[in-house]
Write a protein that binds this ligand. Sequence first.
Ligand code: TRP
Length: 474
Amino acid sequence: MADIQNGDSCSSSPLELFERVTAQGEKVRSLKAGKASTDEIDAAVKLLLSLKVTYKTATGQDYKAGSPPVDFSPVSNNGPTTTQDEDFVDPWTVQTASAKGVDYDKLIVRFGSSKIDKELINRIERVTGKTPHHFLRRGIFFSHRDMNQILDAYENKKHFYLYTGRGPSSEAMHLGHLIPFIFTKWLQEIFNVPLVIQLTDDEKYLWKDLTIEKAYDYAIENAKDIIACGFDINKTFIFSDLDYLGMSSGYYKNVVKVQKHVTFNQVKGIFGFTDSDCIGKISFPAIQAAPSFSSSFPQIFKDKKDIQCLIPCAIDQDPYFRMTRDVAPRIGYLKPALLHSVFFPALQGAQTKMSASDPNSSIFLTDTPKQIKTKINKHAFSGGKDTIEEHRKYGGNCEVDVSYMYLTFFLEDDDKLEQMKQAYSSGALLTGELKKVLIETLQPLIAAHQQRRKQITDEMVKQFMTPRKLAFDF
Ligand code: TRP
């Protein structure tokens, strides 16, 4: 950050800025191509984004590769909160705004998915007779594929099932990991359908520096956190790939079918694999694809090959399912439908997502009330002003304030949330006070999770993970 602030950007000419953005863009590309560390790439991307913001502030134009600035007149500043200096005070600020708004809309266009709009949300409410989950109302699940088809099926009393998953890369799960599961539990309840949950211990063994045994242990530990979200044991099957692939009479057949219909070229294009990636990685997408087909679970669906699947997941999982949807009709199956969520922002700001490997970027499900308090007070990026006087005068910025963002995820009361937003934006509520509301929202939520997790016995885990018929007749 200091780099950016002290950089010569303030004094650079628009053309020099243009050249800096271009050079930084090239640097990001070469880091990615050279398989640099994620930290290195992230840092370079951050600098790139902030340079773009600087460029826009200086020229009033969006940076466009290959098109140098044409008109150098700087944008006028409206009021003291948007002085050029302040724009540089924290690059997260503007980047966050763009990540929240433009980028997710851009992703929808780039991925070719559809926006979850008011009309779809109303239809969900009409069809189920239930108030839509606040994740839907607040745009946390923001994109979908073929959700209308699922609602058609439901209206016509046709079966469908839910599929989601988790890559058990460590024992520690954080708040962000809960989002798809909280939402999936709600979907299971309102639609009353079977649910399968894949734990990709094989994937984590292939990608990370982990032994098979460790990856499997993590799968079991993570299963406890997942079960603690409240899934119905009679309607939910949780499986470890390392276990279930060798046990099922249907799963591996579907894996092989997918493998036969996807070329190396295609996965290179979708996932960026290279010639030097191990063949385990190259064939893994078929293993994440196959649970989208009901015949992978004969114990649940008998011989039914045409039960439609709905997959709630974070948007970063979409490439797997674009591939799946492309293959499905060619192997005689239905395409799975999808519901996509945004990323859960890191404490430091929405430009990065929470990462289990950086303890200060995340609130873990194992954190004590005191740790939660300290992390939020110390690390949650604030959209408030530097001094109380300024804050009272100009108000805080909810768009970039991580504590406010977290409240949109976890404070269910719409009225209270709106009240917070008004009070914070007007300056009546200070950052410390907003943080206090968040701390008091998360402490009981996490304590309750820990309480539920404690009740989960090895026997229960085993039951959830045993291939069996669920409470549905097929
Ligand atoms: N690959 C996912 C991860 O690393 C785990 C996963 C497997 C998954 N199948 C899924 C996630 C289906 C969402 C939906 O976390």
